[in-house]
Design a protein around this ligand. Structure first.
Ligand SMILES: [Zn+2]
Length: 334
């Protein structure tokens, strides 16, 4: 009986993989032009991952802050071609130069356009552990992204390591007349998570820590650190939140329970937190009773989130990841 349930689970996963191709059709719902959120504050959405030739590897939101003398970019994107598209979009907003590019974490979809977008005029900034991860694995990540998005989408893409790093905690910077707080939240989605808080508008660019109805990617996450990071984000009391991966407006109503979901408000932090807390509780309940990971997989559905993008694919992986984290915690205390 249990094996039947596991197979059902795997069949659901496979189904989600096949359905992922229909995500490519979603690309049309994400306009190339950035959306204005507040004076001088823009976000450019992207269809959720995985990277593919149809989305050209662009699966994460990009932030654009226009100050009195320059522009700050948050997460420039996956490639030289997408970096050039972003620069053209910025040129339609303002003639001011890009003066800073902030990388929220070391995933290739977020960082590989940094060289193109920053050029010679801008500084590229990341948390110190993101610098180390990029130094150690970016060439491998670039090859992986070429494999997923295709060579034509990635042609001419150069790896640019951050020019400056910040440590843990809060670092305040003024770039191009725009005051931002860079908040390093510890190891959550990745080891070097960094969020960007625009002081004037109260806008928080949350990088990989917050998604909008898209399953969190946990392949290198620490779930307890991620939960703590989300508490740190809530404590910033942002006026609005720009999530890393997001469902476009007219589709986003599943977990909110409302017909229309207006903008990326701070409830997104709570939605991502609820999922992680429910996942941890579900895995921990079986683990503490000496149950195997297969038992969690066989009965690990969280129906509240079943409408989120990648649910069928990601839920078994996230269960396995959290189970392994609990084992590591136990070994560390022995
Ligand atoms: Zn990520």
């Amino acid at each position: 009986m249990r094996s039947v349930r596991i197979w059902r689970c795997l069949a659901g996963w496979l189904g989600a993989c096949l359905a992922a191709t229909s995500l490519d059709a979603l690309a049309a719902e994400y306009p190339a032009a950035p959306t204005r959120l507040a004076p001088g504050v823009y976000a450019r959405g992207a269809p959720p991952g995985p990277p593919s030739p149809a989305n050209r590897g662009r699966t994460n939101s990009t932030g654009i802050l226009v100050g009195s003398t320059g522009v700050v970019v948050v997460d420039p994107g996956p490639s030289r071609a997408e970096g050039l598209r972003l620069l053209r979009a910025i040129r339609r907003l303002t003639p001011k130069p890009v003066v800073a590019v902030v990388l929220t974490h070391a995933h290739p979809e977020n960082v590989l356009a940094a060289d193109t977008v920053a050029g010679r005029s801008a500084v590229v900034v990341a948390q110190a552990r993101t610098y180390a991860l990029m130094r150690d694995r970016c060439s491998e990540c670039l090859q992986r992204l070429i494999g997923l998005a295709g060579q034509p989408a990635m042609v001419g893409t150069n790896i640019r390591l951050p020019d400056q790093t910040v440590g843990d905690g809060v670092t305040e910077r003024v770039w191009g007349g725009r005051r931002v707080r860079l908040v390093a939240t510890g190891w959550g989605h990745t080891a070097g998570d960094l969020v960007v808080f625009d002081v004037a508008s109260g806008t928080l660019f949350a990088g990989g820590l917050v998604n909008r109805e898209v399953m969190p990617d946990m392949h290198e996450a620490r779930i307890r650190g991620w939960l703590a990071a989300l508490d740190t984000l809530s404590a910033l009391s942002p006026r609005r939140v720009v999530s890393g991966e997001r469902v476009a407006g007219k589709r986003a109503a599943v977990a909110s329970g409302r017909a229309e979901y207006r903008g990326d408000d701070i409830r997104l932090i709570g939605m991502t937190r609820d999922y992680l807390a429910d996942l941890l509780a579900r895995v921990e309940a079986t683990y503490r009773q000496q149950g195997s990971v297969f038992e969690v997989l066989a009965d690990g559905e969280l129906p509240r989130y079943a409408g989120w993008v990648r649910y069928g694919e990601a839920q078994p992986l996230n269960i396995q990841h959290v189970y392994a984290e609990l084992e590591k915690e136990d070994f560390a205390t022995r």
